[in-house]
Design a protein around this ligand. Structure first.
Ligand SMILES: *Cc1c(COP(=O)(O)O)cnc(C)c1O
Length: 339
């Protein structure tokens, strides 16, 4: 029996018993193995250590009321992982191999998938890193693909609460850089702006488009959305934004379940008045309502600094209801883990 206080979990590493490990060498992937060792033994010459040749994914397993376990659109993570790997000259993981690894990790660690009532989930972290003896700036000779998981708490305990954000002077990605792929380098670049925002008591910072610094791109490590006064759900479109699976799911739900208009387009910082509600979205953040945004000379409040807006709440209930199996999902969105 696992002794965990499911209702008071945060977002921190808890070692679970099993992880998946596969090695790429001489042009092919080894048979993946489940292992209990949570440490990696790699060459000091590994490109992941020197040149940031690595990519990752973030997903969750959701315990349903009937005890079964859901994955939410894992095929989309598999595809994005391939796109990230390709951008950094790493071998791709076949979709079936990715899905099998994720499902195995959940199945082997199912005792760590939190109970339905807690609202907590099992966070899954697939990782691909360049390893092997090397020193020059070149793609690595070998790669490790590993998937581990750790239970994480519900993002909001006691209801959705808006928080405030501050626009950053820094960029997380370059206009034609790696902003659209899930690679560690983007996160390394975001540590300082994030820290500075938090030191000023904001939840995180907002990144503007790196070319003109006039449009909203990302909210920390989450995507931005706004709902206009005439009921259009808008998210920014840019080649330096990470294409969030949550965001594309919300675009669909906003249109097909809430009857809103939807648009991917520019979100100008000087046109925030058009929005009656705004939020951040991602696997970890789920939907986090944005209370206000601090710009250079203005503090712009959307719906309220203390209350979640009604449409944001409706979207949240729809998304989370689907993930935990309480609301019927659009075709193909849920994969049951065979536990
Ligand atoms: C992972 C990530 C997101 C959220 O993507 P999801 O697929 O919804 O989890 C948003 N922004 C950045 C920078 C990310 O790395």
């Amino acid at each position: 029996m696992v002794e965990i206080d499911w209702n008071n979990l945060g977002f921190s590493y808890i070692k679970t018993p099993f992880r998946y490990l596969a090695h790429w060498k001489n042009g092919e992937w080894s048979e993946g193995q489940m292992t209990e060792d949570n440490t990696l033994h790699i060459s000091e010459g590994s490109t992941a250590l020197h040149y940031g040749q690595q990519c990752f994914e973030g997903m969750k397993a959701y315990r349903c009321k009937d005890g079964s376990i859901n994955l939410f659109r894992p095929q989309e993570n598999a595809r994005r992982f391939q796109i990230s790997a390709t951008r950094l000259m790493m071998p791709v993981i076949p979709e079936e191999m990715f899905l099998e690894a994720v499902e195995k990790v959940v199945r082997f660690n199912k005792a760590y998938c939190p109970p339905y009532e807690s609202g907590a989930t099992l966070y899954i972290r697939p990782l691909l890193i360049g390893v092997g003896d090397a020193i020059g700036v070149n793609p690595a000779p070998e790669y490790i693909f590993t998937v581990f998981c750790t239970p994480v708490g519900a993002y909001f305990k006691g209801g959705l609460k808006p928080t405030n954000f501050i626009v950053s002077d820094y960029d997380r990605a370059a206009p034609a850089g790696t902003g659209a792929v899930k690679v560690g380098g983007n996160y390394a670049a975001s540590l300082m702006p994030g820290k500075e925002a938090k030191a000023k008591s904001y939840s995180d910072c907002i990144y503007l488009d790196p070319a003109t610094h006039t449009k909203i791109e990302e909210v920390g490590a989450a995507n931005f959305f706004g709902i206009t006064k005439d009921n259009c759900f808008i998210t920014p479109l840019s080649p330096s934004i990470l294409p969030s699976i949550t965001k594309y799911s919300l675009l669909y739900l906003a249109e097909h379940r809430l009857g809103l208009k939807t648009l991917e387009g520019d979100v100008y910082l000087d046109k925030l008045d058009q929005f009656k509600e705004a939020g951040a979205c991602g696997t970890a953040a789920v939907i986090s309502p944005i209370g206000g945004i601090q710009t250079k000379d203005d503090f712009h409040v959307f719906y309220s600094e203390t209350e979640v807006g009604p449409l944001t709440k409706q979207l949240y209930d729809e998304l989370v209801g689907i993930q935990f199996g309480d609301i019927e999902a659009p075709e193909g969105w849920i994969t049951k883990v065979n536990v």
